[in-house]
Design a protein around this ligand. Structure first.
Ligand code: BDP
Length: 700
């Protein structure tokens, strides 16, 4: 069809307005600074930008920084700002590794000074962030360096393009077209990571496919590494422990077998030949059916050291996961990792990190911190958190997770003394470790907006910022993200900030309040399933909530599983004593009668009901907050979030009604006033089946 000239003209004129806001640009929007005075002040403060590194050379990293700045500044300021790479020869100015310093002086070029090329990149993004946030032109100088060394995204991506627990479409990596076609998206992924300081990506699922370590797939990984390198992002892979059998044709994968040792050494040589800056291997072993050293009567340390030896010769590391549990191995699944790993403290090679989930169970909406963080001073411990919302409503629910990450980072282990936080364990300062790492299970996929929920990219952002500096506040991070993603209008910033900051607690209330945990539906984990029973006990809900006519909750005090004994005496005392145990962990640690008097003055039963109602009310408040932004947010993202909040409200009511009816069978008490009555009987809720829930292969 040919357009008539007038129609063509009209299209051109309308083009910017018609371009749908699809979220692709994330927080790297670089929209022109709308305040003319401020823009003029920036132009005056930035006659030129000098990127100063010791070598003074351009290379892929400094070039990436320079290009990002040129492009970003041109868009933000509406005119070109010269950017050049220069030699930094004043050692007094040099910040720590990967850190940067931004120096301003009247009528002189702004200087970004770094010790390493990556620092220049981080400084460049920090400068762009400051402008996007409309910081005063006189306040652009800065000094910053990461507290944690390896800041990694773990992708649970399968080679067939599916993503385990992924809710944002298929995998970003198109393994079939790699290594030939390099989707421009790979570069944008790396830009986004670098902009928040993420410096590594584990490309493959922890439930590992040995194929990933074959020559053709290593070539594909090398191609991705080639794109990421300029952005300071190193590639890592997961290793299947039995790969010497599956790929090498060996009879065993015994870590002490000389043939196995030779095989891994040769494999490491092959990897490093293709990817000289390969970061290392992440391993899930002897957990949920994965093979591991225990299959041969060896320990986790034997297994980790085998791989660490192989990659260590090339400067690589091994991240060995502590997420292990076996059916019937203990009276309490949450105790198992500690029981297995604590005795191995000091037994790992120095290039092994033990990677521990934030809590002892599995990424529930709220868990206490993992007891291993206070138990292995001679081993560097990496913190693993989930960005993808496996247990928090996938990409349907709004859950800003910085408060969850902060809860664990700020937790006091009291080992060896008060004031020894998980953050200090993880950043290596408490026990003087050379290595430190924090990993986030990624929430990105091939969806156009990367994360499926238009507000879920805040978790990608927050993860990176907290891994850089665990001391940052959830509110400060939300403020940064909102201003860059939705602009600086005060009503938008204030309202959206309140919305984000309250959202995780709303999800806790609507799904698993008061320390209830693991009461979601089987397999796909979306929606309630307090009635889930039968089969392997520690995969059921009844194992965790222990509801009976006597009461509800898992007794983990000395009268029960005594999981509390895995914490320092101070922590165990505080959580073990009903007077000081926070409401949020009450039923995690205690089994209590339904008429137990809560701090609120209500009985436990009434409190459970009230919290579920509070969850629904919380979503309604979120809807009102979002509604008030209707004309201040672009229509596409506004409508998308609005629709998801509608769904979340319906789901929250479903959680409330089904859980209250289920527990009422035991409490035998009426639903208290102020709590809405369920629309259906319990069997209605129990019969609802979901099919093909994303991220779960078992949902049919
Ligand atoms: C659980 C997930 C499962 C993962 C496992 C893990 O349900 O898909 O493989 O964690 O972390 O949360 O290994």
């Amino acid at each position: 069809m040919r357009l008539r000239p007038t129609a063509f003209l009209l299209c051109l004129l309308l083009a910017p307005a018609l371009r749908a806001e699809d979220g692709y640009r994330l927080w790297l929007r670089y929209d022109r600074v709308s305040n003319d005075l401020l823009r003029a002040a920036y132009v005056a403060a930035l006659p030129r930008v000098d990127l100063a590194v010791p070598s003074g050379h351009t290379n892929p990293v400094t070039t990436a920084a320079r290009d990002e700045l040129r492009e970003g500044l041109a868009q933000l300021l509406g005119g070109e700002v010269p950017v050049r790479v220069v030699r930094q020869d004043d050692p007094g100015l040099l910040p720590p590794p990967e850190g940067y310093r931004i120096l301003t002086a009247a009528k002189a070029p702004l200087r970004i000074v770094a010790n390493e090329d990556a620092g220049i990149l981080y400084g460049a993004f920090a400068l762009l962030r400051a402008l996007e946030m409309q910081r005063p032109a006189g306040e652009l100088s800065a000094l910053s360096a990461p507290r944690i060394q390896r800041r990694l995204l773990d992708h649970w991506d399968n080679l067939d393009g599916t993503v385990e627990r992924g809710y944002a479409g298929r995998s970003l990596w198109n393994w079939f077209t790699l290594p030939d076609y390099l989707d421009p998206r790979y570069r944008d992924y790396a830009r986004a990571c670098a902009s928040v300081g993420i410096n590594g990506a584990v490309l493959t699922n922890v439930n590992a496919d040995p194929l990933a370590l074959t020559a053709p797939y290593l070539a594909k990984a090398a191609a991705l590494a080639g794109v990421f390198r300029a952005y300071g992002v190193r590639v890592y892979l997961t290793a299947r422990f039995s790969a010497p059998i599956e790929l090498g044709g060996l009879k065993t994968a015994d870590p002490l077998d000389p043939g196995v040792i030779r095989w891994w050494n040769a494999k490491a040589d092959e990897i490093y030949h293709l990817i000289p800056d390969f970061g290392g291997l992440l391993v899930k072993a002897n957990s949920e059916g994965q093979p591991g050293p225990q299959d041969y009567g060896r320990t986790h340390a034997d297994g980790a050291n085998l791989l660490a030896e192989a990659v260590g010769r090339h400067g690589g590391i091994v991240m060995w996961r502590a997420f292990v549990y076996r059916a019937g191995a203990s009276d309490d699944r949450t105790k198992q990792a500690y029981e297995e790993f604590k005795p191995l403290d000091g037994k790992f090679r120095d290039n092994v990190l033990l990677q521990i989930k934030n809590g002892p169970l599995d990424f529930q909406p709220r868990e206490p911190f993992h007891p291993l963080f206070g138990a292995m001073p001679r081993t560097p411990l990496a913190l693993e958190v989930q960005l993808t919302q496996e247990y928090l409503g996938g990409s349907i629910y709004l859950a800003y997770l910085a408060p969850l990450y902060k809860e664990v980072l700020d937790a006091d282990t009291f080992r060896p003394t008060a004031g020894s936080t998980v953050a200090q364990v993880v950043d290596g300062t408490l026990d003087h470790h050379r290595l430190s790492a924090m990993a986030g299970v990624a929430n990105v996929g091939a969806d156009r907006d990367w994360t499926g929920h238009p507000l879920a990219a805040a978790n990608w952002y927050a993860f990176g910022r907290l891994a850089w500096d665990p001391g940052l506040g959830s509110d400060a991070i939300a403020d940064e993200w909102i201003r860059q993603t939705f602009g600086n209008q005060p009503e938008v910033v204030t309202t959206l900030s309140a919305l984000l900051l309250g959202s995780r607690e709303v999800v806790v209330d609507s799904m698993m309040p008061l320390g209830l945990h693991h009461i979601m539906a089987r397999d796909h984990h979306y929606g309630p399933g307090p009635w889930v029973d039968g089969g392997r006990a520690d995969w059921t809900a009844v194992y965790y909530h222990r509801a009976s006519t006597e009461g509800v909750g898992f007794d983990r005090t000395a009268t029960g599983s005594n999981a509390l004994a895995q914490y320092s005496p101070e922590v165990a005392r505080a959580w073990g004593d009903l007077a000081t145990c926070p409401d949020g962990l009450l039923l995690w640690f205690h089994h209590l009668p339904w008429d137990y008097p809560m701090h609120s003055g209500r009985s436990l039963w009434a409190e459970v009901c009230t919290r579920y109602q509070r969850g629904v009310d919380g979503v309604r408040t979120e809807k009102r907050q979002w509604e008030s932004l209707r004309n201040m947010v672009d229509p596409e993202r506004w409508a998308h979030v609005e629709a998801l909040l509608q769904r979340e409200e319906r789901d929250a009511a479903f959680w409330r009604d089904s859980c209250i009816l289920y527990f009422q069978q035991f409490s035998k008490r009426p639903i208290p006033p102020g709590v809405e009555r369920p629309a259906h009987p319990l069997d209605y809720y129990e019969a609802v089946q979901l099919h093909d829930v994303p991220g779960s292969p078992d949902s049919r």
